[in-house]
Design a protein around this ligand. Sequence first.
Ligand SMILES: O=C(O)C1=C[C@@H](OP(=O)(O)O)[C@@H](O)[C@H](O)C1
Ligand SMILES: C=C(OP(=O)(O)O)C(=O)O
Length: 438
Amino acid sequence: MTVNPAHTALWSAPHASGAVDATVHVPGSKSVTNRALVLAALASEPGWLRRPLRSRDTVLMAEALRAMGVEIEEGVGPDGTGEFWRVIPAGLRGPATVDVGNAGTVMRFLPPVATLADGPVRFDGDPRSYERPLHGVIDALRVLGARVDDDGRGALPLTVQGGGALEGGPVEIDASSSSQFVSALLLSGPRFNQGVEVRHTGSALPSMPHIRMTVDMLRAVGAQVDTPESGGEPNVWRVTPGALLGRDLTVEPDLSNAQPFLAAALVTGGKVVIPDWPSRTTQPGDRLREIFTDMGGSCELTDFGLVFTGSGTIHGIDVDLSEVGELTPGIAAVAALADSPSTLRGVAHLRLHETDRLAALTKEINELGGDVTETADGLHIRPRRLHGGVFHTYEDHRMATAGAVLGLAVEGVQIENVATTAKTLPDFPDLWTGMLGA
Ligand SMILES: O=C(O)C1=C[C@@H](OP(=O)(O)O)[C@@H](O)[C@H](O)C1
Ligand SMILES: C=C(OP(=O)(O)O)C(=O)O
């Protein structure tokens, strides 16, 4: 086996010599960009994405749609309006091959799209993608009329035998391992002959804000969606068949990727401004305003953006993160530096994310001298004096950014494979050193 040198390279996480005071322009949201690409590809007319995120996960999404015949033109708008992508939908084609990398959004959102292609679409990805749950999507597509060939494990690799159309209709799924199963079926739902009615039957559904994001974005392109919140039955979402509009959408900054920068203000008792923080959003990262305030910071949402200030003191927290699981690594890093213990709950499903995040955080923080234990559904974190060492990242972008947060307060932290941040934030090392004024 050959080892990619980038995966073993060590990056010395900068140690903060004082309070940070910076404005950080955070690139666009992964979750919004990839939903917008899918919806634009399924529309009946061209659409625009402005300030899309360009990262591994979104480029994989764009390449996959291109492989199925969608045209995506890239350009730069006038007067600092940033990059744009113009998406020109076409009849979806097979045969095609899709590399999902380790992008949950690509591996879950695209098999339903592929049922509409006029031939087979083969899906493959990184070794970790074979282990991530996909059964909810595969089983549902079969119930809705699709032919999906897999090796019987309900996971990647697989081939969707696109038939040019899908009957659709009602389906029951257990989405307790990933909200993306629900989002995936809803996003393509308007294009199924009967639309789709998704009924979640399992235990608690994680990441509800991401399902709200799906519903909001579907409605914004003209879809009719009934939800539990709009007076429907609990755990049931219904999408009516119909054409989707091509829209002109400006992508919000990725608030989950703003997390390490806000954490830097908290950890150093400094101030970080994130321009263009939306005043209304479905992004789970918006919960950081409350969580990091409870942990000792304060924030002000202005017309310009979010101004977040640390007090120099970090408090532990007892919090249910089931709605905002992707924030867990960054919160765990801050909690390890707090003045009291923390309990992070409701995130058992993180064991099936980019890596087993509960095991990885426990091991890596403890190897720096910390005292973290795994619980059935989260972490107990008892702050202790930490020391330097290598922080392994397991090809998980949020492990890398969590390690960088620890490095601000602890001298000698070395992040293995910081390049893995390219999954959603390729500019991370530069943004980080820029924030520190290096
Ligand atoms: O739909 C989305 O864009 C996402 C949903 C969540 O997935 P899970 O529900 O699998 O945690 C989240 O963790 C992931 O980062 C992005
Ligand atoms: C869980 C995450 O990603 P994915 O979309 O691959 O599930 C994440 O970004 O934290």
